[in-house]
Write a protein of this length. Structure first.
Length: 392
């Protein structure tokens, strides 16, 4: 199976899909009938062969496999702590990556130090791989910094809230890399919802025409807030690349080995002058879109439970245990390290200052504005009312 031939096939209609009014039943998502994708580890943790991509992980050592597992566990622990901190009023908002650890760690570990990464706002696992301190991410969501790290120190750009815009930034940067003759690549992360944005379409056009060394890594977690993927496209997302003239491939986004292998392949293509690639990591957002979202309003427990059975961390653990590449001592030590990370993150956030509540009114207009001044005064009176109640 080649990537090109796979991309050319018509998508198969799953058994649970209705053809009327564009509606789908939950059976499509829970019956386990996913479309064809690159997979090296089954949900049960069994290693399967793939003629095209095995070579990209052929030399992986037991230590490196344990490292991938450690990355996913610690990233999930950090993510859980951040969610709890937001619920306790320490953060303004949090976008959880729960369920997407394999896509992020696999692709993140495929990058080289000299590659450049353009994230959205959920790539906490990729940030971990690039050496960004997790507390910097939390400072941004607390409102006390604008990112907290120098993008050029880690070749990891600041988080991007405007949906899809970072793909254009990545394409422009990749075009510059090509003109400089550098032996490096660029990778841009975005979600299935962002794939409908015009900026992403423009990025595909420019990268193809200029043969830019960029990998577009789409984490298809099935839901753009409350909109399912079926509302975004009539064909699998990776097939869109075909229309722009470059390869697209769909990978099991809950399989860290497959994500590592496919991303390595795509980055090597970019570095060798073969141009862009679209990687669709077929995964699932097991939590809410952000902590302001209630996913129970638009999706059922049956769907969520079916995907929890494909948990990326449990999958790799099953493989490590079955192949005798990790023992109970390793898992126990990692549990201790995980708890220590949680405590460090919590202590760091609680030591941060409170955000300046009035900063929102600054720099709206260069020379000030009467309406902004009025709103600032109203907000100040509102804040003062709390002090009056406390003092009463």
């Amino acid at each position: 199976m080649t990537v090109e031939s796979t991309a050319a096939r018509k998508p198969r209609r799953s058994a649970g899909t209705k053809s009327t009014a564009g509606k789908t039943t939950s059976a499509r998502k829970t019956a386990g009938a996913e479309p064809e994708l690159v997979q090296l580890l089954t949900p049960e943790g069994k290693r399967v062969k793939n003629a095209e991509f095995d070579k990209y992980v052929a030399g992986i050592t037991p230590e490196e496999l344990r490292g991938l597992y450690r990355d996913m566990v610690l990233t999930r622990r950090f993510d859980a702590e951040a969610t709890a901190l937001q619920r306790q009023g320490e953060l303004g908002l949090w976008a959880s990556l729960l369920g997407q650890e394999a896509a992020q760690i696999g692709s993140g570990r495929a990058t080289r130090e000299d590659d450049y990464v353009f994230p959205t706002y959920r790539e906490h696992g990729v940030a971990w791989c690039r050496g960004v301190d997790p507390t910097n991410l939390l400072g941004m969501f607390r409102g006390v910094n604008n990112g907290g790290w120098d993008p050029n120190s880690n070749n990891f750009q600041l988080y991007t809230i405007v949906i899809g815009s970072q793909t254009l930034h990545a394409t422009g940067y990749a075009m510059g890399v090509a003109k400089d003759g550098a032996d490096s690549a660029v990778i841009a992360y975005f979600g299935d919802g962002a794939s409908s944005q015009g900026d992403v379409a423009e990025s595909f056009t420019f990268s193809a025409v200029y043969n830019a060394p960029v990998v577009f890594f789409c984490q298809n977690n099935q839901w753009a807030i409350s909109e399912p993927t079926e509302k975004q496209t009539r064909v699998p997302l990776y097939q869109r690349a075909q229309g722009y003239g470059f390869p697209g491939v769909r990978v099991d986004g809950n399989d860290v080995l497959a994500c590592l292998a496919v991303t390595k392949w795509a980055l090597e293509r970019a570095r060798s002058g073969e141009g862009p690639t679209l990687v669709e990591a077929y995964t699932y957002r097991m939590g809410a879109h952000t902590t302001s979202d209630d996913p129970t309003r638009y999706r059922g427990d049956e769907e969520r439970l079916a995907w929890e059975a494909k948990d990326p961390i449990l999958r790799l653990r099953a493989y490590l245990e079955a192949s005798n590449q990790a023992d109970e001592g390793f898992f126990a030590e990692l549990e201790t390290e995980s708890e220590a990370l949680g405590r460090r993150v919590r202590e760091a956030v609680r030591a941060m200052p409170d955000p300046d509540r009035f900063a929102i009114f600054e720099n709206v207009y260069a020379d000030g504005h009467a309406l902004v001044d009025e709103e600032r005064a109203q907000f100040a009176a509102y804040q003062a009312s709390f002090a009056d109640v406390e003092g009463a």
